[in-house]
Each structure stands twice: as C-alpha cells, then as structure tokens.
Design a binder for this molecule. Structure first.
Ligand code: NAP
Length: 278
C-alpha cells in the first residue's frame, strides 16, 4: 500500500502515518514491526525510554530492501540533555539499532524547569553534522520552546511530535506549526484505548463512511495534516490503520470530531510547561 507524504519547510519528506511502538519490544516487537513494514509502514517511532530501539532496528535491517524508504525514529531522554551526554546517547541509539544512522531523532520532552533543551538541541544539530542522524526534531515542545530554540540556534525542527487526539485536538499548536513549516506528529492518536472509539460522534462518522471508529479517527488526523502514530500489535489492526487514505471526511465531520476536544482532554495531564520526564 503506497502511503502519501507530507513535506516540511526545509524540504524534508515524511510519510503521512507512522507506527507507534511503545510496549512493542523483544522478539514480539521485532515480529510486530516486521509485519508493519511488510504492510507498508515506512515511519517507525521509537525512543531510548521505550527500550525498543533494538527491536525496531532489527526489523528495519531484516527488511533491507526498503531501508532507504524507512524513517526510523528515536528520542533523547530528559536525563541526557547535557551536550556531551546527548551526543553519546545518540551514538548508543545508533549502535542499538544496528543501523548506520537513525533517520529522525527527537528531544523527547523539553523539561523547561531544568532548562537544558537548547543545549540538547545543539547536540542534535552536531549529530546531524556528523551523519549520526538524518533529520532532527522535537517532541512535546510548546511554541514558546520552539521559538527559543530557533532564535538561539537558527535551526528549525522538521517535526514536533505532540499529543493529538479528538479529546485534545491542539488546534492552536497545529496552526503554529503549519505557519512555521514544521510537521506535526500526533501521539496517542487513538486515545490509547480509552472510550474514544465508542464515542457517538466518532461512531456516526465511521458509519457514514462504512469504516471502523479507529479508521474514522485516523482519517480526521489525515484531514488535519497531522501524522498519526497509531500503535497496533496485530497485523490486522496495523493494516486497518493504514487503510485510511481513501476516506475523505467532510469539513463538517472534521469539525464535529474536533469539537470533542476539551481543555482537560490530555490523557494523563502531561502539560509540557510543567510535566517532566527523564
Ligand atoms: N512523544 C511522546 O511523548 C509519546 C507519548 C506517548 C506515545 N507516543 C508514541 O505514540 C504512539 C501511539 O500512542 P499510544 O501507544 O499511547 O496510543 P494509541 O496509538 O492511541 O492507541 C494504542 C491502543 O489502541 C489500540 N488499537 C490500535 N489500532 C486499533 C484499531 N484499529 N482498533 C481498535 N483498537 C486499536 C491498540 O491495540 P493493541 O494493544 O492491539 O496494539 C492499543 O491498545 C506510541 O506507541 C509511541 O510510539 C509518544
């Protein structure tokens, strides 16, 4: 299945959907990621803190015929924001994947109280210079953090991976990133298995298009040009989640799902202004 793509301001092209991999690890993880690549996924999420760079890298290596199309992603944890530590952490990520380089490396959380994210960003810039990574980006950064990074280093991220699902649609953040040519990846795009899939508004949109609630939600992400990263362990769900690019929601349907948003809609109250992760 061919996946459409989206392009950042600097010309970086990313697949319009990716595989979430949190909790996919070990041999089960290798199997799940292998199925996903064979089904057509080209963007694979991962992170140092998911302890699964090995599984993702192993699957990517084994499917060597499509290596050039894959966007293997990892993320720098908050405990290694210091410049030298960040570079060593990125090297270790590359070694764990067994790949020659990682395609997309993100700072996992800004941890603004600690205030080392600009230093970490300089390390990611250097890692790109050294060829350890192809593209660099952010995760969970608020616009004020992005503005500061860009003004202090002159280097913009290609992507910011943030929490996006119908209960927390992030319209303002999406508008900000679009204005700046930064792509948005949506984490927990299906609400991480909460009641979203039983929501009557979602169910009505799904029924109107003859698709599943998960597909209706993913079509909503696609319509908003957010790159969703649904995690699915089974081949059947992985394929279902990929089969969403022929579903064209009306503006009214998109708006109705967006209207499910609420200020306290975050899944676990992880406001990047104060939430910290190491
Ligand atoms: N940057 C960050 O700080 C951050 C934070 C959280 C997550 N993430 C990334 O985002 C990814 C996705 O988020 P997530 O894992 O929290 O949640 P999610 O993708 O919103 O939801 C995953 C859950 O939905 C189920 N599911 C998948 N496809 C389905 C379908 N077609 N029908 C019904 N249920 C379906 C999965 O089932 P199965 O159990 O069967 O697979 C799993 O229980 C993560 O895996 C991770 O890569 C990043």
């Amino acid at each position: 299945m061919a996946i459409p793509s989206l392009t950042a301001a600097d010309g970086t092209v990313l697949p319009a959907i990716g595989l979430g991999t949190y909790r996919l690890k070990g041999s089960d993880g290798v199997d799940a990621v292998t199925h996903a690549i064979r089904a057509g996924y080209r963007l694979l999420d991962s992170a140092v803190n998911y302890e699964n760079e090995g599984a993702v890298g192993r699957a990517a290596r084994a499917e060597g015929g499509v290596r050039d199309e894959l966007v293997v992603t990892s993320k720098l944890p908050g405990r290694h924001h210091r410049y030298a530590e960040a570079l060593t952490t990125i090297e270790e990520s590359v070694y764990r994947t067994g790949l020659e380089r990682i395609d997309l490396y993100l700072i996992h959380w800004p941890n603004p109280r600690v205030d080392l994210y600009v230093e970490a960003w300089k390390a990611l810039i250097e890692a790109r210079e050294r060829g350890l990574v192809r593209h660099i980006g952010l995760s969970n950064f608020l616009p004020e953090h992005v503005d500061r990074l860009v003004s202090e280093t002159g280097v913009a991220p290609v992507v910011n991976q943030i929490e996006v699902h119908p209960y927390f649609p992030q319209q303002e953040a999406i508008d900000y990133h679009r204005e700046h040519g930064i792509l948005v990846q949506g984490w927990s795009p299906l609400g991480r298995g909460n009641d979203l899939q039983e929501n009557p508004v979602v169910a009505e949109v799904a029924a109107a298009h003859g698709v599943t609630p998960a597909q209706a939600i993913l079509a909503w992400h696609v319509a908003r040009q957010v790159i969703p990263l649904p995690k699915a362990a089974s081949p059947q769900r992985q394929r279902e989640n990929l089969d969403v690019f022929d579903i064209t929601l009306t503006d009214a349907e998109v708006d109705a799902i967006t209207a499910l948003g609420r200020p306290d809609g975050r899944l676990a109250d992880q406001d990047p202004a104060v939430y910290e992760e190491f």
